[in-house]
Design a protein around this ligand. Structure first.
Ligand SMILES: Nc1nc2c(ncn2[C@@H]2O[C@H](COP(=O)(O)OP(=O)(O)OP(=O)(O)O)[C@@H](O)[C@H]2O)c(=O)[nH]1
Ligand SMILES: [Zn+2]
Length: 349
């Protein structure tokens, strides 16, 4: 994580102009003494952060600091993955409360999909749940339950749109081979890893090293099993705001877990962000173009489409049908794209 952008929004700092004779103590503090933190969990207005200042900042160590938002942040939200500036009691002692006074510009955001409840403002909202993720690990089982490529396709759209690199993590490789899934994504150069109960996870850990990786997957695919294998003390790692194993009553929808060091290497093993209860990522903000770019194997097939072609099944001159008929892309991919189009209530054009 070293070397990542750490500029802060400075618009929350109000400095009075002029009056150089003014006693320093009466000017608003600029928080020059703020220390860098990384938000790992959010629970009812309390933010659990780890301190990331210092030369060994990204190595597994240290405790956590509980913080609240400073009023001067206004309406800006703070989410898991945010890089923040902290002041106040950052000792991490029991009962100590620090204040978040700055939020760094985000390199990426992932939004959860709106709740099905469109009768409330909350229910219609696609809230940002993770900031600054580098990688989206799409966890899917090869059997029991069978692969759901529609879900993977949806995640790919979210990943490409957010500028987050996708990694396909295929679990239960002891029950079925990966060929059907890999065949479906043959045109994509999608990186993937296979997981079975007896695999040592070395390749997975290599891919997670130095990254902030968000894990998403359907119920039953083995995501919890994988998280617990990767971070054996996951429950302890997030302390009192743990979302793991809790039901739907928790307000926490993401939690960052520090991966243990690999051997005696002094390199950053990375972070995983588990997303308990997140069924899928919101795509309402995604433009029609971005939706298509989640299907890179189809993009070239649209060059012969009429201007303003919607690429839907009932668009008579859509060139994608001919593209697929000519064997240039898998017809199942086109069907998946059109299913997504049909369910997509995009607002951005
Ligand atoms: N055969 C086999 N079974 C596995 C593997 N990984 C997990 N399982 C089993 O699959 C079942 C579901 O695993 P979980 O880890 O609970 O799945 P999950 O994705 O976290 O599902 P939720 O807890 O419902 O969100 C459990 O019975 C696991 O023991 C695997 O690689 N191979
Ligand atoms: Zn078209």
């Amino acid at each position: 994580m070293a070397g990542r952008r750490r500029e802060y929004d400075e618009d929350d700092v109000r400095v009075r102009p002029g009056r150089s004779s003014r006693p320093r103590t009466r000017t608003r503090p600029r928080h020059v003494d703020a220390v860098d933190g990384f938000v790992i969990a959010v629970d009812r207005g309390r933010y659990t952060c780890v301190l990331t200042g210092g030369p060994d900042a990204d190595l597994p160590q240290g405790g956590t600091v509980t913080a609240m938002r400073a009023r001067e942040l206004g309406r800006k939200s703070v989410v898991v993955g945010d890089r923040v500036g902290l002041v106040g009691d950052t000792s991490g002692a029991p009962g100590a409360l620090a204040r978040i006074v700055r939020i760094a510009d985000r390199t990426s955001v992932l939004r959860r999909s709106a709740d099905d409840d469109d009768t409330t403002a909350e229910g219609r909202l696609e809230r940002v749940i993770v900031a600054n993720a580098d990688q989206l690990v799409i966890v899917g089982s090869l059997a029991d339950p069978p692969p759901r490529t529609g879900f993977v396709d949806r995640c790919l759209v979210a990943a490409y749109d957010a500028g987050v690199a996708p990694l396909l993590c295929l679990t239960k490789a002891d029950l079925a081979g990966p060929e059907p899934v890999l065949d479906y994504y043959a045109e994509l150069d999608l990186p993937y890893v296979l997981v079975r109960p007896d695999s040592d996870l070395g390749e997975v850990r290599d891919r997670l090293a130095g990254q902030v990786s968000v894990l998403v997957g359907h119920s039953g695919v083995g995501k919890s099993t994988l998280v617990n294998r990767l971070v054996p003390d996951a429950d302890r790692a997030v302390g009192t705001v743990s979302a793991i194993g809790r039901g739907r009553h928790t307000s926490t929808s993401a939690v960052a877990l520090r991966l243990p060091p690999v051997g005696d290497r002094r390199t950053d093993p990375g972070w995983i962000v588990d997303t308990p209860g997140v069924r899928s990522f919101g795509l309402a903000h995604v433009s029609a173009d971005s939706l298509l770019h989640g299907f890179p194997d189809l993009v070239e097939g649209t060059v012969d489409c009429p201007v303003n072609c919607g690429h839907r099944a009932d668009d008579p001159d859509c060139a994608l049908d001919a593209w697929v008929a000519a064997g240039r892309a898998d017809p199942r991919r086109l069907a998946s794209y059109r299913r997504l189009l049909a369910s997509w209530s995009g607002i951005a054009e």
